[in-house]
Design a binder for this molecule. Structure first.
Ligand code: 2RA
Length: 341
């Protein structure tokens, strides 16, 4: 026995990773359908590295009736069109776009942080997956919040180009190659040269001078973790292919030392603490590619304010920041609401 599951957007960065993770975690599947736009229909994608090839179907003409759940990785515009159709047909949508995240009738879930909130999914038959930079941060914050109550978070991100899709990865590759051979580095996907550079701008600008990516970190953290937690963020694109990093300063209501924080994080679900105060005793993005954990390093006291620490947080943005979290939501939904067999 297993689920009839759909992966919509199966040819993209996140969709392919969803297939890898479903296969890797041996998600109980009775039948799987992989969807994309009409451009890709008829082509094939591999189900993880099982050798099993799946034929892409056209999302426009797909019949959603009888399918248990659908993992969506198709962007907000297409989600707006297809998620209501799927949900109405009884297929629970687990959506990776930003479209429904702040909808009060749609739970926004990180299973290690707010699993109980999933019980509201029936209001719209839709569950939202948070933004990549929020997901890894709340995994790190949750056990510390439980221990000492977080007052304020100051975060700066170092986000890889895969967060901007395959085009972002291609642009970093092409610019790097062109610069090496003395050609010009044309910026198309990003607003400035990304190779050998950093860009303090992700997503569109808002009226207050912040960007939408920064706003997402603020409002999504409040919805998932605690509306009382204050967050201020600066989001930066860096020339790394996969893996988002974050420098996080956390101020607590109650006393919590760096040593106590390390002990808590060492035992916390979803976290790997790698924190040896020596050369190389910390994690960098290239080391976490293909891995499921949220890595924490460089935990230290902040001596400039009472009850505060600094830490470094790294995770594979295509996994915990997107595909893995979506599959974990599917597993949670199965365990709590859609038991099979
Ligand atoms: C990015 N947050 O890294 C996006 C992806 N969800 O651009």
């Amino acid at each position: 026995m297993g689920y009839r599951i759909v992966v919509a957007g199966a040819t993209g960065n996140v969709g392919r990773e969803m297939l890898n993770i479903l296969a890797e975690r041996e998600f109980p599947i009775a039948e799987i359908a992989v969807l994309a736009s009409s451009r890709s229909s008829g082509t094939q994608v591999e189900f993880g590295d099982t050798g099993k090839m799946l034929k892409i179907q056209n999302i426009e003409t797909f019949d959603w009736a009888g399918w248990d759940m659908a993992l969506f990785a198709i962007g907000s515009e297409a989600t707006e069109k297809f998620a209501p159709i799927a949900a109405k047909a009884g297929c629970v949508v687990i959506d990776n776009s930003s479209l429904y995240r702040m909808d009060p009738d749609v739970p926004l879930i990180v299973p290690e942080v707010n699993p109980d909130a999933i019980d509201d999914y029936k209001k719209r038959n839709i569950i939202a997956n948070p933004n990549c930079s929020t997901a890894q941060m709340v995994v790190a914050l949750k056990p510390l919040h439980d221990a000492a109550t977080i007052k304020r978070v100051v975060v700066s991100t170092y986000q890889s180009v895969s967060g901007a899709g395959k085009q972002g990865m291609d642009e970093l590759f092409e610019q790097s190659r062109n610069i090496f051979v003395g050609d010009s580095a044309e910026a198309v996907k990003f607003t400035k040269q990304i190779a050998f550079n950093v860009i303090p701008h992700i997503d569109k600008f808002l009226d207050d001078g912040s960007t939408k990516e920064e706003w997402k970190m603020v409002v999504e953290t409040k919805k998932i973790l605690d509306p009382k937690v204050k967050v201020t963020a600066t989001c930066v694109r860096v020339p790394v292919f996969v893996g988002h990093s974050e420098s996080i300063n956390i101020e607590f209501e109650n006393e919590l030392s760096a040593k106590q924080a390390q002990d808590i994080l060492r035992e916390a679900p979803g976290i790997m603490l790698v924190d040896k105060r020596e050369d190389g005793g910390y994690v960098t993005p290239v080391e976490c590619v293909g891995d499921s954990a949220t890595y924490i390093s460089r935990v230290r006291d902040d001596a400039t304010v009472d009850n505060a620490i600094n830490l470094w947080c790294v995770s594979d943005n295509l996994r915990k920041g997107a595909a893995l979290n979506a599959v974990q939501i599917a597993e949670l939904l199965g365990r709590r609401h859609l038991q099979k067999g």
